[in-house]
Design a protein around this ligand. Structure first.
Ligand code: PMP
Length: 390
C-alpha cells in the first residue's frame, strides 16, 4: 500500500548497495546440506571463563550504563594488552574508547575526521563496510587496487597517484579481509613515510592482529611518527571469538579520541555492560585460548592454500586472518558466476571476490574458520566443480 508519493528515504541511502556478502549468506542459509565458507567469523565458541564473567556480572546486578568511553578497568586492560602485545602506548583515560564492535569504531572515525567532500583513500580489496562508511559520513572514497601480482600489498606509488588536497586519511587493513595479506614492518614503514610526507591520517583496521601465522605482527601505530596520525581500530570479534558480543575499541591521539567520544556518546552512549566485563576477563586470562585458536587456524590455512594450489586455483599464502583468496580465472567464470554455480551444483558457499572491490574480481573468498573435516569435504566438492571447466 502506498501511503504517499514522497520517498522518505534519503538519496544517499537509496543509492547504497546492499552488502554482497549477505546475499550469498542468506541464499546458502535457505538451502540444505550447504558447507559455508562464506561467513567471516570464528567457528569457535567464546571460551567458557569469558562467558562466565558476563554471567557473573549479571548476577552481581551490573546492568547499568558504563561511562561513555567504557569501564575504566577495561580501558586499563586494553592499554596494558596493546603495550605488551603490540608495543603501542595509549592512555586509558583519554586515548581509548570501547565501542560496539570495530564497526562502530570505523563509523565514528570517519564522522570525526570528514568534512563534506573530504577524501579517504580506501585500499581494495577490502571489508565491504569501508566505502559506505566514508560516504555516509559525507566523504568521498577514492579506491586504489592492491593486486595479486604484489600479494595484494599496496605500493606507495599507487597512493601517490591518487592523493589530493582533500585527502584526509588512508583506510588500511592488515591482516586483510578478504585477502589475508599481512603487511610487514618495512611495508608499513613505506606507507607511514607516505602518510607523514602528505600529512594524512591512517585508519588502521587491526581487528585480525592476533591471527598472524608466519611473522610477528607489527601495528601501524608502533612505526615511529605514526602514533599521532593513526586511528587504530581493533576489537574482540575475531581474535577472541566474540563476534556476537559486539565489542571493539579504538585508540587514537587525545584530540581525535576526544572528538570521537563526542559522537559516540550521542550515538550509542556506551558498549554493552556485560560484554565489557567479559572482555576484561578475555584480556586478563584469555591469551592461551587465543594461541590455541591461532594454531588451529594455521593448520587449516596450510591445508586450504596447498589444496587450492594443487587443484590449479592459484592462491597466495595469506599471512593472517582466516581467509584464502584463490584465483578462479582459469575457469573462465566471473567470481559471481563461480560462487552462484558452486552453490547450486555442489552446495559450497563462498563469497565472490568482486564484492570487495575491482581487483577482487577473478577470485573467491573462502573463510577457513570451519572444521578441518568440513574444509576437506568443501575442497573435494570445489575440485569436482572445476573439472567442468578443464
Ligand atoms: N573490520 C574487518 C576487516 C572485518 O572483517 C570486520 C568483520 N567482518 C569488522 C571490521 C567488523 O568487526 P566487528 O564485529 O568488531 O564490528
Amino acid at each position: 500500500m502506498t501511503l504517499t508519493k514522497k520517498s522518505y528515504v534519503s538519496k544517499m541511502v537509496n543509492e547504497l548497495k546492499p552488502s554482497g556478502i549477505r546475499r550469498f549468506f542468506d541464499l546458502a542459509a535457505s538451502m540444505e546440506g550447504v558447507i559455508s565458507l562464506g561467513v567471516g567469523e570464528p567457528d569457535f565458541v567464546t571460551p567458557w571463563h569469558v562467558r562466565e564473567e558476563a554471567i557473573r556480572s549479571l548476577e552481581m546486578g551490573y546492568t547499568a550504563y558504563t561511562p561513555n568511553a567504557g569501564l575504566l578497568e577495561l580501558r586499563q586492560e586494553i592499554a596494558h594488552y596493546m603495550e605488551k602485545e603490540f608495543d603501542v602506548s595509549y592512555h586509558p583515560q583519554n586515548e581509548i574508547i570501547v565501542t560496539v564492535g570495530a564497526s562502530s569504531a570505523i563509523d565514528i572515525a570517519m564522522r570525526t575526521i570528514l568534512d563534506p567532500g573530504d577524501e579517504v583513500i580506501v585500499v581494495e580489496p577490502c571489508f565491504v563496510s569501508y566505502v559506505p562508511m566514508v560516504e555516509l559520513a559525507g566523504g568521498k572514497a577514492i579506491t586504489v587496487q592492491a593486486t595479486k601480482e604484489h600479494d595484494f600489498k599496496i605500493l606507495p606509488s599507487q597512493l601517490e597517484a591518487v592523493v589530493s588536497e582533500r585527502t584526509k586519511a588512508i583506510m588500511l587493513c592488515s591482516p586483510n579481509n578478504p585477502t589475508g595479506t599481512m603487511l610487514n614492518k618495512t611495508e608499513l614503514e613505506a606507507i607511514a613515510q607516505f602518510a607523514i610526507e602528505h600529512d594524512v591520517l591512517i585508519i588502521a583496521d587491526e581487528i585480525y592482529a592476533e591471527l598472524a601465522y608466519d611473522e610477528e605482527y607489527t601495528s601501524m601505530a608502533a612505526i615511529p611518527g605514526m602514533h599521532e596520525r593513526t586511528i587504530l581500530v581493533s576489537g574482540f570479534s575475531k581474535g577472541f571469538a566474540m563476534t556476537g558480543w559486539r565489542l571493539g575499541f579504538v585508540c587514537a591521539p587525545e584530540p581525535i579520541a576526544e572528538a570521537m567520544l563526542k559522537i559516540f556518546q550521542y550515538q550509542l552512549m556506551c558498549a554493552s555492560t556485560m560484554s565489557q566485563y567479559a572482555a576484561i576477563e578475555a584480556l586478563k586470562n584469555g591469551r592461551s585460548e587465543v594461541e590455541k585458536m591461532v594454531k588451529s587456524y594455521r593448520r587449516r590455512r596450510n591445508f586450504i592454500v596447498q589444496s587450492f594450489n594443487d587443484m590449479g586455483l592459484t592462491c597466495h599464502n595469506p599471512g593472517g586472518a582466516f581467509y584464502a583468496f584463490p584465483s578462479i580465472k582459469s575457469t573462465g567464470l566471473t567470481s559471481q558466476e563461480f560462487a552462484a554455480q558452486l552453490l547450486q551444483q555442489e552446495k559450497v558457499a563462498v563469497v565472490p571476490g568482486d564484492v570487495f572491490g575491482e581487483s577482487g574480481e577473478g577470485h573467491i573468498r573462502c573463510s577457513y574458520a570451519a572444521s578441518l573435516e568440513q574444509l576437506q569435504e568443501a575442497l573435494k566438492r570445489i575440485e569436482r566443480f572445476i573439472q567442468n571447466f578443464k
